[in-house]
Design a protein around this ligand. Structure first.
Ligand SMILES: NC(=O)c1ccc[n+]([C@@H]2O[C@H](COP(=O)([O-])OP(=O)(O)OC[C@H]3O[C@@H](n4cnc5c(N)ncnc54)[C@H](O)[C@@H]3O)[C@@H](O)[C@H]2O)c1
Length: 369
């Protein structure tokens, strides 16, 4: 395609979206799943100038009632069956915050019905779920945003940009972790799905998907293979029937030769140093502590460490605001289907390596991005 024709087509796509925004500034929005995350998202949606909440869905009546009260100013209809929400012609945008194993099926149906989607991470817990959703998202012009909210953290985004521009030379190794001092609450609101690996995918897929995405982002690639071990070392059959691991130790190999070591556990004592999340990025000229101090440490002995990016106050609900900007203004999408799919597949790759106890190749996952 020649450049002029391409610019013309891009221009008309943006114009079409702007036109849509001008004629319909209000985006009729529905929420499917209004538990912990869904109710936070609902609050954020209610604060958006372009959003009107027209429908809410949850299989738990108490949560549905609570959400309906929170959204009372918009007087939304309530449903227990998510398909009835998707069937509504007036619904233009759908937030999906159900347990992870349901995301792909719900998002595909909503995309096919012509809705814009904000889907919580991970977009799937199996490679097949991710593959099917990628296919659906790429065959429509509707906006698809995944809840990988680290992508809208300003300090992190600036640090990632500087590393990718060469602040520490070429990136050669990453050491990252997501450690917690306690297991997820065994009787909490998510306990009915979290400890079932077929529903949550386990800690690596459900939570480290954020950290692994940030690692891919700073490296500028996704891994080509992974190996490692994991298991349930402390919380054996606790809660009863548990099928998720409580720790994992993984090595990822990237196509550009970068190596990454990643660990996850839920028994890192609160008072012990380095409790929590960490991403150390090593380059040919120095290293960066990407998440905590955001400081660059040069390899040269005579150069002092320096701050790589200033801490800042991010706008509230930045990713949710970005979703509406994508719909109404045709703004750039900070967390599109490629981000969601790459993040989920990196986690699934690591999970498969631990479960199969062998090296698993990205190509074996069978998803074209
Ligand atoms: N981006 C983030 O930072 C972030 C933070 C927390 C959770 N999350 C994600 O949000 C999702 C939900 O997590 P949560 O902590 O809110 O869990 P939750 O258990 O509190 O909420 C899930 C809700 O989905 C409802 N649900 C289940 N099946 C349903 C169905 N078939 N139809 C309609 N509703 C259904 C449940 O009744 C529940 O209210 C997960 O994917 C999680 O990974 C993302």
């Amino acid at each position: 395609m020649n450049v002029n024709r391409r610019s013309f087509l891009l221009g008309s796509a943006v114009a079409a979206r702007i036109g849509y925004g001008q004629t319909a500034q209000t985006v009729n929005t529905a929420s499917i799943g209004v538990g912990n995350r869904g109710s936070y998202l609902l609050k954020a949606v209610l604060a958006q100038p372009n959003a009107k909440v027209v429908a809410l869905c949850d299989i738990k009546p108490d949560r549905l009632d609570k959400a309906a009260s929170a959204a009372a100013k918009d007087n939304p209809a309530t449903y227990a069956d998510w398909r009835r929400v998707i069937d509504r012609k007036d619904v233009e945008a759908v937030f999906i915050a159900t347990p992870p194993h349901l995301h792909s099926e719900m998002a595909i149906a909503a995309l096919k019905a012509g809705k814009h989607i904000y889907c919580e991470k991970p977009i799937g817990v199996t490679a097949a779920q991710v593959r099917d959703l990628v296919k659906a998202a790429k065959s429509t012009s509707k906006v698809f945003v995944v809840g990988q909210n680290m992508r809208t953290e300003g300090q992190l985004a600036e640090a990632v940009r500087k590393v990718r521009e060469g602040a520490i030379g070429d990136v050669i190794m990453v050491k990252a972790q997501r450690h917690a001092s306690a297991d997820l609450n065994h009787t909490g609101s998510s306990a009915d799905w979290y400890f079932d690996v077929t529903k949550s995918g386990g800690y690596l897929i459900e939570q480290s998907v954020h950290n692994l995405d940030a690692c891919n982002w700073v490296i500028g690639a996704h891994p080509s293979r992974a190996c490692g071990f994991g298991g349930t070392l402390l919380f054996k059959n606790d809660p009863p029937g548990r099928t998720i691991f409580d720790c994992g130790l993984l090595t990822f190999d990237y196509p550009n030769g970068v190596k990454m070591s990643f660990t996850q556990n839920v028994f890192h004592p609160r008072r012990m140093p380095n409790n929590n999340q960490m991403i150390y990025v090593y380059g040919t000229k120095g290293a960066v502590d990407l998440l905590d101090t955001v400081t660059m440490y040069p390899l040269a002995r005579d150069v002092q460490p320096s701050l790589l990016a200033e801490k800042r106050q991010d706008p509230p609900h930045a990713l949710i605001a970005a979703f509406y900007d994508c719909i109404v203004k045709g703004a750039p999408n900070p967390a599109d289907i490629n981000v969601g799919a790459t993040a989920a597949l990196t986690s699934i790759l690591g999970h498969e390596a631990m479960v199969r106890e062998k090296v698993v190749n990205w190509a074996d996952l069978g998803v074209d991005l």
